[in-house]
Design a protein around this ligand. Structure first.
Ligand code: ZN
Length: 227
């Protein structure tokens, strides 16, 4: 019969015990940086290694060229008040409802929030600063105008969409019958494959203005990738 317990594999064999005098200090571990990482040393940034990894040009003022990070993340949030007898436009699609968004433009909460996520990822000012509601040009404007501008800015900065995840929050109406149409329009505006554009919808459990059909909100996260 085999001996019990079985002997450990040879790879488990202990190394010989160190001599019982002062232990030698461990050698410093080399810092391994993956190739292509913006923090990698020797990429033209003359700075001590203990400095924060943020490139010195990252906040060179508004309008400064974004640093050439391989990825950029952006978050967008928007909320609009719902008022009776206004059209409800979500993601460029007219949704039948007894009320719609009160806004200077067409009040498309989803497109506004996607635009803000893209602008945020690029480190640019938000949609309200780029398209101020004091400007008569944007009165009743189709929000696809803002989307096209944000996508143009993204490409000009040298990025393309990695993926996008959006969540609509509204109590009424049910969005499921329109979800695919909205998503498809979003893909067209972004010039993106449907596999990288995700859309979710939730109610607000009948609480607060969102849950009482008095407002509608959306959150979006985008990942941009350097082209
Ligand atoms: Zn808005």
């Amino acid at each position: 019969a085999a001996p019990w317990p079985p002997p450990p594999p040879s790879s488990w064999a202990r190394s010989p015990s160190p001599p019982r005098h002062e232990p030698a200090p461990a050698p410093p571990r080399p810092i391994v940086t993956p190739p292509g990482c913006p923090c990698a040393p020797g990429r033209g940034r003359d700075r001590p290694s203990r400095q924060p990894s943020r490139p010195s040009t990252s906040r060179g003022g508004r309008g400064a060229k974004p640093p050439a990070l391989p990825f950029r993340v952006g978050h967008g949030f928007d909320l609009h008040r719902l008022e009776p007898d206004l059209p409800l436009i979500i993601g460029g699609i007219n949704i039948p409802h007894d009320r719609g968004c009160e806004a200077h433009s067409d009040g498309d909460v989803l497109l506004h929030c996607v635009v803000d996520a893209i602008l945020g990822a690029l480190g640019l000012p938000d949609i309200g600063q780029i398209f101020p509601d004091s400007d008569p040009r944007w009165k009743g404007a189709d929000s696809s105008v803002f989307m096209r501008e944000a996508v143009k800015l993204m490409h000009e900065a040298g990025y393309e969409l990695g993926n996008l995840d959006a969540t609509l929050i509204l109590q009424k109406p049910k969005i499921s019958p329109f979800k695919e149409t909205i998503r498809s329009n979003l893909c067209d505006l972004l010039g993106a494959d449907p596999s990288v554009v995700n859309l979710k919808a939730k109610t607000h459990e009948k609480v607060d203005s969102l849950g009482e059909n008095r407002s509608i909100a959306a959150h979006t996260v985008v990942l941009l990738m350097r082209k």
